[in-house]
Design a protein around this ligand. Structure first.
Ligand code: ADP
Ligand code: MG
Length: 258
């Protein structure tokens, strides 16, 4: 092995986040390596969504350091001082991160194709022809080549979520965040979305996945963190954490979801 270390795609050091007096993240430390599928699990209210939202600039951390691909999220460092990035610089950082939510939030008045084309055209100023070609490829990749002209209301929940994944991929992100992407789906539709995510993982996408799908975490995950009450309780390879949890809180949580 060479001694050269790869820079983490995401690095959180003692990250804190409060809403008013409510402390939600109480010192999160973790690292996500490039190409890693990093699973984040834990009870409702433990701070998982808040952590993802901090990575994606939807919330601002109150303490600690958070970086993506070696760059601080929302700040520039000069000497020992931090300067907030300008709106334009924040937008540039956000462009590199794709996010998929529990609710698909597609634009209801646009076809699947138009949904996937929208951000590259509007945000990146890409030509419609180029955006369209990529969007068609992405729809094909998520198994929906034949649904390009359908509106969201004409698609199942699983299909809508696959369009949402294609839409996030259209910006060619270097990091994908998934916040319980299958939790709102009927059970029979969960598999098709997980299959798309598995394909993405095989293609080497770096992904942070908040999920209760422990089968997916075990089969596809490279790392797993169990979070509770704003702290990382336990971290390791999914096989180890799920198969041999060390902490009572992890055991108790897993006994409810496994
Ligand atoms: P999880 O995704 O693990 O279920 P969340 O990150 O959504 O947890 O929420 C963690 C805690 O933070 C919860 O107690 C929630 O009520 C609180 N919280 C989240 N967002 C806000 C907000 N914008 N204002 C106030 N409290 C919030
Ligand atoms: Mg959540």
């Amino acid at each position: 092995m060479s001694s050269q270390s790869t820079q983490p795609m995401v690095k959180a050091e003692n990250v804190h986040k409060s809403f008013g007096h409510v402390k939600v993240l109480k010192g999160i430390d973790l690292e996500v390596a490039p190409r890693e599928v990093f699973c984040l699990v834990g009870p409702s209210g433990s701070g998982k969504s808040t952590f993802l939202r901090c990575i994606n600039h939807l919330e601002k951390i109150n303490g600690g350091r958070l970086s993506v691909d070696g760059r601080l999220v929302g700040y520039r460092e000069k000497g020992d001082k931090l300067y907030e990035l300008k709106e334009r610089e924040v937008a540039a950082q956000r462009r590199d991160i794709g996010m998929v939510f529990q609710r698909f939030n597609l634009f209801p008045h646009m076809t699947a194709l138009a949904n996937v084309m929208e951000a590259p055209v509007q945000v990146k100023g890409e030509s419609k022809a180029v955006a369209r070609e990529r969007a068609l490829k992405l729809l094909d990749r998520v198994g929906l080549a034949d649904k390009a002209k359908n509106y969201p209301s004409q698609l199942s929940g699983g299909q809508q979520q696959r369009v949402a994944i294609a839409r996030a991929l259209a910006m060619e992100p270097k990091l994908m965040l998934f916040d319980e992407p299958t939790s709102a789906l009927d059970p029979e539709l969960v598999g098709e979305v997980l299959d798309v995510m598995r394909g993405l993982a095989e293609d080497g996408m770096t992904m942070i996945v908040v999920t209760h799908e422990m089968g997916f975490a075990r089969e596809v995950g490279d790392a797993l963190v169990f979070m509770d009450d704003g702290v990382v309780v336990e971290a390791g390879h999914p096989r180890d954490v799920l198969g041999n949890p060390q902490h009572e809180r992890t055991k108790s949580f897993l006994s409810k979801v496994l």
